[in-house]
Design a protein around this ligand. Structure first.
Ligand code: HEC
Ligand code: HEC
Length: 362
């Protein structure tokens, strides 16, 4: 038999409420002139001194130290700030966090120049808010996907998230469904964090880890407020939401035609179905749903008095052929106050209303 998960609370909390606030990021820096030519020149010299031995004088990478040039590299960073954080918090590999801030900024200026961003008149400064606003890649518009399943994100968005994940999270995490279904996996050398005698990474594509998220909002909030561990909240909203899309992808949830948007209310409504279950409600479309509100009259005792109370119940149905399943899933909308244990069995149940395909609850 087909198993079904019901998100009744989500239904109640996430009725369409008119215009939804959309936290869309403004990338106002259309000119994208983030540094000065003089600064990049200084950065080039400092790069030669502090970075070139590993990343190569031509920026093309040597051995395990990757190229700092090209789309593959730039895709890992949404904003100048992310690149700055990666460099200043984890580099140089042999002298981590060992350079003055100005040196890092100059080197970043050089990397931007080498990657084709034009120079301006102002130096790049260590202003986190400003650097977060300096988007490196113009966001491509979402392509409508064929098939248009009810996925919460697009393929292209997950692909962007993959890059950001590599840049900001892969030090301590993998998101690999191919690994054993354990949360903790042994990290390769120079990766991971210390856990007792070993270095581990947490696999965010294991059931043990991912299984805890009830909805996309709880996942999003976890990573947005506490990750990366060394600098929680350091990334832009754009990155967090794309990383969330990537994690959904890695955990086997299909892509759809709309991008996942960083709107807290909507995200909390996107229930992550437990494996083996199917989510029927997509958070917005009530077609095929029926709601049944019933009233229970409940006899209870308070002291020596017998009191008749009313409690509303909500039953939900989805398409007629499976509706019976849902009648078993009735939930109380309001709890009867007081004297739980003395409450007698429900005496009578009356139908008050039945709305098929209603766009809101009665
Ligand atoms: C001792 C060798 C070494 C030195 C010196 C070094 N790096 Fe690295 N760097 C690495 C290695 C290895 C990696 C790949 C592992 C990682 O991402 O942490 C890396 C990764 C990076 C990345 C991430 C690349 C990507 O694909 O996203 C950046 C950015 C970076 N280094 C910048 C710098 C800068 C800037 C300097 C100089 C201030 C520097 N590195 C000096 C070894 C080095
Ligand atoms: C410096 C190491 C480090 C980095 C970088 C890091 N994390 Fe974490 N992360 C941890 C540790 C340690 C935990 C476990 C403790 C906790 O939950 O806070 C964790 C827990 C998590 C969890 C909860 C998983 C679970 O099973 O408990 C998620 C989700 C997560 N991280 C996502 C991210 C994302 C997304 C990024 C990149 C934006 C990131 N982390 C970067 C160290 C890191």
């Amino acid at each position: 038999m087909r198993s079904v998960i019901l998100a009744v609370t989500a239904l109640i909390l996430f009725l369409p409420s008119g215009g939804r606030a959309q936290a869309t990021r403004k990338t106002s820096d259309t000119s994208r002139r983030f540094y000065s030519a003089a600064q990049a020149k200084r950065g080039k010299e400092q790069y030669a001194q502090d970075c070139a031995q590993c990343h190569g004088a031509n920026l093309k990478g040597i051995g395990t130290a990757p190229a700092l040039l090209g789309d593959n590299f730039m895709r890992d960073y949404y904003s100048v700030n992310d690149l700055f954080i990666k460099a200043s918090v984890t580099m140089p590999g042999d002298n981590v966090h060992g350079l003055p801030t100005d040196t890092y900024l100059n080197i970043i200026a050089y990397l931007l120049q080498a990657n084709g961003l034009p120079a301006g008149t102002e130096n790049l400064k260590g202003d986190v808010t400003a650097m977060k606003r300096m988007a490196l890649m113009e966001k491509k518009s979402a392509k409508p996907a064929a098939g248009a399943a009810d996925g919460f994100y697009t393929e292209e968005q997950a692909e962007r998230g993959k890059g950001y994940f590599r840049g900001a999270c892969s030090m301590c995490h993998v998101a690999d469904p191919g690994q054993p279904d354990n949360r903790d996996v042994i990290a390769p050398p120079s990766r991971g964090f210390v856990a007792g005698p070993v270095h581990i990474q947490i696999n965010l594509a294991s059931r043990e880890s991912f299984g805890r998220w009830r909805n996309v909002g709880s996942l999003f909030n976890k990573i947005r407020t506490s990750m990366p561990l060394n600098d929680g909240g350091a990334l832009s909203t754009e990155e967090y939401v794309n990383i969330a899309a990537y994690l959904l992808h890695q955990n086997g949830y299909p892509a759809g035609k709309d991008e996942l948007k960083p709107d807290a209310e909507t995200l909390m409504g996107l229930t992550i179905p437990e494996k083996g279950f199917t989510t029927l409600f997509n958070g917005k479309d009530f077609t095929g749903w029926g709601f049944l509100r019933a009233r229970n009259d409940i006899q209870s005792r308070e002291g020596n008095d017998s009191v008749l109370r009313h409690a509303d119940r909500l039953y939900v149905s989805h398409r007629h052929e499976v509706s019976e399943l849902y009648f078993a899933a009735g939930v109380s909308l309001s709890r009867v106050p007081g004297h739980e244990e003395q409450r007698s069995i429900l005496r009578q149940q009356r139908l008050l209303d039945f709305h098929e395909g209603a766009s809101s609850l009665p």
